[in-house]
Write a protein that binds this ligand. Structure first.
Ligand code: KIV
Length: 281
């Protein structure tokens, strides 16, 4: 696959930073080069994160909590996701752009998922993310076969927080760990080309990562993943209240937002963040 656009500005400029591709992300995973992902919801931050060398931007439905002030991600609509994906796409130039399919936008049928995914892709997403294992494999297969790159999301899946009984660590105990491992393999076999693992024991996330040939991005899942994602407002110290143990405030001691973002990227790339002794479970 060509990594530079065939048409338009920037094509073939010597030394120009190339736009991120799925192929390159897969290569990074295979070579053990850590992938830095941050959530992003607007054009200004898209530009700042992209300039700081963030590999992938996630327009997460966490925006329901950090931007809209809801207590969960459930109220976020597809229209709202489209708006934020459009904003981020305008500011971004190089990073791989993932858009979250919000709660209720892919649960009814594969056809509904396809419609929702198409709308996000038309808004500028290069990949869609959906939550859960088991039943989602058929949805992933349906989308992947139709040319939509899909990132799956296992562990703590915030759209199901009510069913999970709160923001709790997942995959603890033999049976829960076995189910999670099985779901991860099924999703990869169905065609998922990236996986997010959230809030689980580091050893389990490491095992899942090593068992797959796709990039696995962790959040509260320890240092053994192919890369890390944090919610932007958490890593910039803007989130009020008690933060989960896996978060690090990169504004601590940083002279500017840009410096904090660069430090986050550097720490992830050097595999100094997360430190399992401090941030792991
Ligand atoms: O919505 C989001 O921001 C996410 C990340 C926390 C992985 O799904």
């Amino acid at each position: 696959m060509s990594e530079t656009p065939i048409y338009g500005a920037g094509a073939g400029e010597p030394g120009a930073r190339k736009p991120m591709t799925l192929h390159r992300l897969r290569e990074m995973q295979a070579q053990g080069e850590a992938i830095a992902m941050l959530t992003c919801y607007d054009a200004s931050f898209a530009r700042a994160l992209d300039d700081a060398g963030v590999d992938t931007l996630l327009v997460g439905d966490s925006l329901g909590m950090v931007l809209q002030g809801h207590r969960s991600t459930a109220p976020v609509t597809l229209e709202e996701m489209v708006y934020h994906v459009r904003c981020v796409a305008r500011g971004n130039r190089h990073a791989w752009l993932i858009g979250d399919l919000p709660f209720g936008s892919y649960h009814q049928s594969t056809a509904q998922a396809m419609e929702s995914a198409a709308v996000l892709m038309q808004a500028g997403a290069q990949m869609v993310k959906l939550e859960g294992g088991g039943w989602t494999s058929a949805t992933v297969r349906f989308l992947a076969e139709r040319g939509i790159p899909v990132c799956a999301h296992l562990g703590l899946t915030p759209q199901s927080v009510q069913a999970l009984g709160g923001y709790r660590i997942q995959g603890r105990g033999e049976e829960a760990a076995a189910t999670l491992k099985r779901h991860a393999v099924e999703l990869a076999q169905a065609g998922a080309t990236m996986l997010v693992l959230e809030l689980m024991p580091s050893a389990l996330a490491r095992e899942v990562t090593q068992s797959l040939e796709i990039p696995v991005i962790g959040i509260g899942a320890g240092s053994g993943c192919s890369g890390q994602v944090l919610v932007l407002h958490d890593m910039l110290g803007l989130t009020r209240g008690k933060l989960p143990r896996f978060v690090r405030n990169f504004m601590d001691g940083a002279p500017s937002i840009e410096a904090a973002i660069r430090s986050c990227v550097a720490e992830v790339k050097a595999r100094r963040f997360p430190d399992d002794a401090i941030h792991g479970y």
